[in-house]
Design a protein around this ligand. Structure first.
Ligand code: AMP
Length: 397
């Protein structure tokens, strides 16, 4: 069965076509600069890549160009477009409405639209992508929405409410939603399968550490808490996002610097985090190089990231009444042995004993704790696109 996975941004559309029976990627690529001029980068498996710069006035044209490329005589990987059994869309926000992926119908589209204010940059683009596929795919091709927020919908009110006047929850749906849900769901399931355990018997903390980072406390297979909030700005400090800060800082900075609400939002999302702290980079490879060369602010940024991660892990163990498995995933979690080591350092009192020799240089699915460690620490590479394809398959089968 072939499943096309689509991830639409406001001016881009990433895609991957999977043969879900083998897990192989048949082709992947990205349409960029949609509505500006247009650039399609198309990478088929076992055939030459190509780049096309034909105009892409809108997402419908972009999706049509992707489908044409997939059946192209020279570069194509399909004989006919009807060989695409279903399309899985990454959708940012489902508000309080869905805790699972769903087959897209008019109601689902209405919910995506209703959640525009909660995901103003992503939800409109996601809906455009869905409608573009509807317009150009053969009639009746099922489409599935896989939401970033869905996995976290099992959180209890004590974890998702903010202590603001209750009316703001009622009027504006202001509460914690959490993000990276597809990844947290995928790696928690994968970790249990890898360890030969039943997820329903485990208390797992998943650490998705990438350019954006978030944590989830997964008790008996259900998310009970997560570090991102109403938006993906909350939680640990990230590449360019500040994470949790004293909320009173916001009006103080606005007043002192004469900033508007959207300017201060931009500052916290794009100019803060380890980039803002260090003045070096948002990339942890650059930071560690600079820290080794004696840059104190880069060293401080790394220390803060590690310290905050440790505190979140401690708090989630407390929230669940223990922890059996800690999962590291995403760009930093999968690749950075020194961050994993620093986060797990001095946690023996907690039952966490990392095996430095196994951890060093390890990038693949593996256990990196000692056999004597009460808590099993694992690296599980995430694969959000494959997870979306699998959820799509499960729903349309
Ligand atoms: P992601 O958002 O999951 O793609 O992660 C991207 C981030 O992973 C980059 O910004 C880097 O900071 C980080 N990263 C990737 N490779 C490494 C590495 N070898 N060591 C440290 N950090 C890495």
């Amino acid at each position: 069965m072939n499943i096309l996975v689509i991830n639409c941004g406001s001016s881009s559309c990433k895609f991957q076509l999977f043969n879900i029976d083998t897990g192989d990627i048949l082709a992947k690529g990205i349409c960029e600069r949609i509505g500006i001029d247009g650039k399609l980068t198309y990478k088929p498996a076992n055939k030459a890549d190509y780049v096309s710069k034909e105009p892409m006035p809108d997402h419908k044209v972009a999706v049509k160009m992707v489908l044409d490329a997939l059946v192209d005589k020279e570069h194509g990987v399909l004989n006919d477009i009807s060989e695409i059994a279903a399309v899985g869309h990454r959708v940012l926000h489902a508000g309080k409405y869905y805790s699972e992926s769903v087959i897209i119908n008019d109601d689902v589209k209405r919910v995506i639209k209703e959640c525009f204010p909660l995901g103003p940059l992503h939800n409109p683009a996601n809906l455009i992508g869905i409608e573009a596929c509807e317009a150009v795919l053969p009639e009746g091709t099922p489409q599935v929405a896989v939401f970033d927020t869905a996995f976290h919908q099992t959180m209890p009110p004590k974890a998702y409410m903010y202590a603001l006047p209750y009316e703001y929850y009622e009027k504006y749906s202001i509460r914690r939603y959490g993000f990276h849900g597809t990844s947290h769901r995928y790696v928690s399931k994968r970790a249990a399968a890898f360890l030969g355990k039943n997820l329903k018997d485990l208390k797992v903390i998943t650490c998705h550490l990438g350019n954006g980072s978030s944590f989830a406390a997964v008790k008996n297979g259900k998310c009970v808490d997560t570090s991102m909030g109403l938006t993906p700005l909350a939680g640990i400090c990230m590449g360019t996002r500040c994470g949790d800060i004293d909320p009173a800082i916001v009006p103080i900075i606005m007043e002192k610097e004469g900033l508007t609400a959207s300017q201060v939002d931009d500052l916290m999302n794009k100019k803060s985090g380890v980039q803002g702290l260090s003045g070096v980079s948002s990339d942890f490879r650059d930071l560690s190089k600079a820290a080794k060369e004696g840059n104190e602010r880069a060293a401080l940024a790394l220390e803060m990231f590690e310290y905050q991660a440790k505190k979140i892990i401690g708090s989630y163990a407390a929230a669940m009444g223990g922890v059996d498995v800690i999962v590291f995933t995403a760009g930093i979690g999968e690749n950075s042995d020194y961050i994993r080591e620093a986060v797990c350092e001095d946690m023996e009192f907690f039952g966490i004993e990392i095996d430095k020799k196994v951890n060093d240089g390890n990038r693949k699915e593996s256990i990196i704790s000692k056999p004597s460690s009460k808590v099993t620490v694992v690296v599980i590479p995430t694969n959000e696109e494959l997870a979306i394809a699998k959820e799509t398959e499960a729903l349309v089968k």
